[in-house]
Design a protein around this ligand. Sequence first.
Ligand code: AMP
Length: 115
Amino acid sequence: MHTDPNCIFCKIVAGQIPSRKAHEDEQLLAFHDIAPWAPVHVLIVPKQHIESLADVGDDDAELMGRMLTLAPRLMKQLGVSNGFRTLINTGKDGLQEVPHLHMHVMGGPRPWTKG
Ligand code: AMP
């Protein structure tokens, strides 16, 4: 599996940086965002290092499907019952800060601090 030793999310996947985990399986990790916009704000990341959505190809279709289908399951588990937002920032103009593909999933009662 491709990983990047300098990548903060690869370090979280490896357990070298602590995180509040919400889900883990062979391919994916979900953990709570350190600066949440909403009462529930998790990041779903592939364990392998993919820099951004711009680097995804046909071979990643199953992985991307898994990321997307995990979102509603996680929100349900975390008690979110009134809808949620999903967001993938991609590249510089997409305001991606961490160069490891991740999907924000945010929910819970409003008002939120952002978004
Ligand atoms: P983006 O702008 O889409 O790249 O978002 C990166 C997200 O990662 C931001 O919402 C940050 O708050 C979050 N983040 C950065 N470092 C950590 C960390 N160590 N643990 C949890 N979330 C983090």
